[in-house]
Ligand binder design. Sequence first.
Ligand code: SAM
Ligand code: DTB
Ligand code: SF4
Length: 333
Amino acid sequence: MTQSNIDTHENKIHFVKKNNSTVNKKWSKKVISDLFNMPFNDLIFMAHKVHRENFDPNAVQLSTLLSIKTGGCSEDCGYCPQSARYSTDVENTPILSVEEVIQSAKAAKNAGASRFCMGAAWRKPKQKDLDLVKEMVVSVKALGLETCATLGMLNHDQAEQLKSAGLDYYNHNLDTSPEFYGDIISTRTYQDRLDTLENVRNADIHVCCGGIVGLGESLDDRIGLISQLANMEEPPESVPINLLTQVEGTPLMGVEPFDHLDFIRTISVARITMPNSFVRLSAGREAMDDGIQSLAFFAGANSIFYGEELLTTGNPNIEKDQLLFKRLNLKTI
Ligand code: SAM
Ligand code: DTB
Ligand code: SF4
């Protein structure tokens, strides 16, 4: 494999122009592939240098998640315990009250989170639900927290409404490459996701968009995912990289476990190709040891989900995370 266009020591990637034509993609799949295939130490070293040039390497941003409406979702995302199509242990619960959300947000703030992310198991929100979410956004923001929501697909008007309520970030993941996507989800298309992201961007809400590894995808699919994210006209401000949490009852239960070092490679390539984005070490931390998490921070991850629960699955407890921050002298933001 050639790496002639990657100069690790100069920390530069030389873009090759074919037939003297301009390369209109910022990151060709060839360059992304060459990054993934670099010797591990060269890759994390390059990623760390990029990280250091753009961020405080000793700071990690803390976002806390709350599932504001759990389970019973009409979609068929093969990884998700909240789909009504699969028989999992998730208990369906109706939308929380604004007061319940405020209580959770206060606790998250007291524990040190700077952003509060509200997730709902919807294909897309109905107007009456959106009205309630808007109230939640206003109340959470009033506590001095940044707000984020992930509610499924949004049209232009819905994105504008959330912006008016003061929403700072909207999370909507591409999950994987366009080619592999259909193996995982059949009830909404890749283009549907891109359309929602465009509506969010046009409403001037910060974009939080990433994906999942460990779905049984190929390296080419991880290259394809990074290519989609890094070549956006404006890359997402926040890029969650999730490691699949396998849940009993979902179609992806039992897929080949993912090599954690390949997870670190994915974080590294995200850092290099999206130098100004926050890269979030997202789902899957419970399955990672402290060494792997520390490597992820070295390779450029600078955000985590913080708090005992993600949406329906576990996450390291706050004391455990605080101890890790202390051992690494990481400051939290
Ligand atoms: N229902 C909304 C949607 O799908 O757009 C919002 C919530 S959904 C749970 C948000 C994201 O969580 C998914 O796009 C996926 O990337 C991630 N996710 C869901 N289940 C997961 C799992 N078991 N392991 C890792 N990531 C997961
Ligand atoms: C994201 O990329 N990961 C979060 C958040 N965005 C909404 C969700 C992870 C969910 C893990 C499975 C669960 O807890 O249900
Ligand atoms: Fe529904 Fe979101 Fe789960 Fe897909 S990921 S089944 S849309 S809750």
